[in-house]
Unconditional design. Structure first.
Length: 163
């Protein structure tokens, strides 16, 4: 009997190995990207100081727009505070004498394509790339019929980004 118990005990040690179970499942990784744009504040347009205006004064600034990829947008410039309500007749106003001095903001270096704030007045229309897109604003003070009185002339323009 002793041999039998040893044999049974030996068989107990020889039992089949325990099997491991493996379970798996899935999960989703999600992200929703909404249409979004940012507009950087452009540097001021500063024509400097001059006496008689015998030749057109020109200057530029840049506006940077960043929109999510494939997001359509428009970028417009308003008439300013002294423009009489027209983006085609912008004017700087003297601080002391309230004299008006015409100037132009355009999308081209030839100063021929006015930059307005609607489709009818030539806003900039584009589609976002996901990276910054830079636009040059070309500014010009044409030669006036008569140079206005000495003063500091200024205007404030609002750039509007719509998407």
């Amino acid at each position: 009997m002793r041999k039998f118990l040893l044999a049974v005990a030996g068989c107990a040690l020889c039992a089949a190995p325990a099997s491991a179970a493996t379970l798996s499942n899935t999960f989703n990784v999600l992200l929703t990207i909404n249409a979004q744009c940012t507009l950087t504040k452009p540097a001021d347009v500063n024509f400097g100081a001059t006496g008689l205006i015998s030749a057109a004064l020109t200057q530029t600034t840049a506006i940077s727009v960043t929109c999510t990829n494939a997001t359509p947008y428009t970028l417009g410039l308003d008439a300013g505070l002294n423009g009489g309500g027209s983006v085609t007749a912008r004017q700087m106003k003297g601080a002391a004498h309230a004299v008006l001095l015409p100037y132009k903001l355009t999308t081209d270096a030839a100063y021929s394509s006015n930059w307005g704030n609607s489709a009818a007045t030539n806003w900039v229309s584009a589609t976002g790339t996901g990276a910054a897109q830079s636009y040059t604003v070309y500014a010009e003070v044409p030669v006036p019929a008569a140079t206005p009185a000495p003063d500091s002339y200024s205007d404030t323009i609002t750039a509007t980004l719509t998407y």
